[in-house]
Design a protein around this ligand. Structure first.
Ligand code: XIL
Length: 406
C-alpha cells in the first residue's frame, strides 16, 4: 500500500471511539473549543503543548491497537462499556445467501481485530492462498496442512461455511509438476492431488472452486500445461474426481472478467453447458468480480440469470472494487455503489448462493501489490473502520430485511 492510500483511506477525518469505531461528528464534544476561546493566548500555547505531549505518549504506549507487542499490553481491570460496532452483514443476509470473505493466513494468525471482524461480519470464508496447490503440496507427495487446517478450524469455531479455493489453477501449479512428463503421468498426479485434498476435508467444505480461470479472454480455453498435455477433458475429469472424493460438496467453475456480458462470459456459458451435457458434476459458476472503479460489469444481473437458466447455482466469489489513487470521498461513494450493485445482482437471482469479498480490510488486500496505482478496494479501511461500501451493503440488506422479515 502506498502512503497516498493510507492517507486517503478515510482515516484522516474520521473520529473514533476508544474501541476504534467511527462516531458521527455530532457526538464529538465541543466544550474544549469553548474553553480554549476564554483563555489568554500564552496559556493556550502552554496548554496545547501539554495536550500534544500527552497525546503522543498515549499513542506510543497503547492507543494503537495494531498487530504486535501492543496487543500484549495488560487488559484494563474495569470492563469498558460496550460500544456498538457496525451492523453485522451476516445477520442481515437472506437465509439462503451467504456473505463471505477471503481470509489472509498471516492476519488470521496474528491479529485479533482481524479475527473479530471476520467472525462477526461473515458467515462464509475462502482461503486466499492456503488451499492452493503450491502451498498444500510443496514437494511431490509431501503435504503441509498447517495453514489450511487452521483456516478450516477457525471457520468451524465461528459457524462459517468453508469455500475451498482452488484445486486446479494455471497460476499456482508447483514447480515440481513438469511438462516433460507423459500425459498419463500428469493425469495421475492431478487426480492424486485433487483426491487427497478433497478427501481430507470431506464433509467440512460447503463448496470447491474445482477449476480456476480456465478461459482465455476471447472465451476459448486458456492455453495451459493442462490443456496442452491432457486436452480439454481435464476439466470434466477434475470435476468427477472431486465429486468422487466428496459427493456432498458443491462444485464450482470460477473465473474473472465474466461477471458482465463479455466474450469471455459467452465462452464460459458454452463451456458450462457442454460440461453438464457431458455429465460432469458442475453445480455452480463463480464470478470473481475484481472490479475497477469506473468500469462496472455490463448487465451483471442479466448475465448471472442466463447462467442460472442452465440449472446451476451462481456466486460472486472474489468481489473487490479497486480505486485509482489518490482516494477521495467521491471515489469512496462511487465504490459503495458498485459494491451495492453486485450484491443486488446476486440477490436478483434465485440460485445465487453467496457474495464473497476478496478480503475485507485495506490493510491486507492483494490490490496494493498486484495493481500499482490502485488501492482501498475493500469495505473496511486499514484501521478496520467501515467505509461507505460497508454502509451501502448493510443498508441494502436492512431495507430488504424490513420489507420481508422472514
Ligand atoms: C491472489 C491472492 O489474493 C494473492 O495474495 C496471491 O499473491 C495471488 O493470488 N483470482 C484468484 C485468486 O482466483 O486466487 C487470486 O488471489 C486473485 C485473482
Amino acid at each position: 500500500m502506498t502512503e497516498e492510500v493510507r492517507a486517503g483511506a478515510a482515516t484522516g477525518t474520521v473520529v473514533r471511539t476508544d474501541d476504534g469505531w467511527p462516531v458521527s461528528p455530532s457526538r464529538v464534544p465541543t466544550s474544549v473549543d469553548r474553553t480554549m476561546s476564554r483563555l489568554p493566548r500564552a496559556r493556550v500555547v502552554v496548554l496545547s503543548v501539554v495536550v500534544l505531549v500527552l497525546v503522543a505518549c498515549a499513542a506510543y504506549f497503547g492507543w494503537d491497537r495494531g498487530v504486535g507487542p501492543v496487543e500484549s499490553v495488560a487488559a484494563p481491570t474495569a470492563k469498558p462499556s460496550p460500544t456498538p460496532g457496525p451492523p453485522a452483514l451476516r445477520d442481515l443476509m437472506p437465509p439462503n445467501v451467504r456473505i463471505g470473505s477471503a481470509v489472509n493466513g498471516q492476519m488470521l494468525a496474528s491479529d485479533a481485530r482481524y479475527r473479530e471482524t471476520l467472525s462477526s461480519q461473515f458467515n462464509a470464508v475462502t482461503s486466499e492462498n492456503a488451499m492452493k496447490w503450491t502451498i498444500l503440496e510443496p514437494k511431490r507427495g509431501v503435504y503441509d496442512w498447517s495453514a489450511s487446517d487452521q483456516f478450516v478450524d477457525f471457520a468451524k469455531a465461528n459457524g462459517q461455511a468453508v469455500y475451498g479455493h482452488t484445486l486446479l489453477w494455471h497460476s499456482n501449479t508447483p514447480v515440481w509438476v513438469t511438462e516433460s512428463w507423459s500425459p498419463e503421468q500428469l493425469r495421475a498426479v492431478l487426480k492424486q492431488h485433487i483426491t487427497t485434498v478433497v478427501s481430507r476435508y470431506r464433509g467440512k467444505i460447503w463448496a470447491w472452486d474445482v477449476v480456476n480461470e480456465v478461459l482465455a479472454e476471447d472465451g476459448s480455453l486458456r492455453d495451459s500445461l493442462w490443456l496442452r498435455k491432457l486436452g480439454p477433458r481435464y476439466i470434466a475429469d477434475a470435476f468427477r474426481w472431486a465429486h468422487e472424493a466428496d459427493p456432498d460438496a458443491r462444485l464450482f467453475i470460477n473465473d474473472y472478467g465474466t461477471e458482465g456480458r463479455t466474450r469471455k462470459a459467452d465462452g464460459l456459458l458454452r463451456l458450462v453447458k457442454e460440461l453438464r451435457a457431458g455429465g460432469a458434476p458442475v453445480h455452480g459458476v463463480g464470478f470473481q468480480s475484481h472490479i475497477r472503479l469506473g468500469a462496472p460489469p455490463k448487465d451483471a444481473a442479466g448475465n448471472l440469470r442466463r447462467f442460472a437458466a442452465l440449472g446451476v447455482s451462481v456466486a460472486i466469489t472474489e468481489l473487490d472494487v479497486r480505486i485509482p489513487l489518490p482516494v477521495t470521498t467521491q471515489k469512496l461513494l462511487d465504490q459503495a455503489l458498485l459494491y451495492q450493485h453486485m450484491l443486488k445482482a446476486c440477490l436478483a437471482v434465485a440460485t445465487c448462493e453467496s457474495v464473497t469479498l476478496w478480503g475485507f480490510t485495506d490493510v491486507s488486500s492483494w490490490i496494493g501489490s498486484h495493481y500499482p496505482g490502485y488501492g482501498a478496494a475493500c469495505v473496511f479501511d486499514e484501521e478496520f473502520a467501515p467505509k461507505p461500501a460497508h454502509g451501502a451493503l448493510a443498508q441494502e440488506l436492512s431495507a430488504r430485511k424490513s420489507a420481508s422479515p422472514n
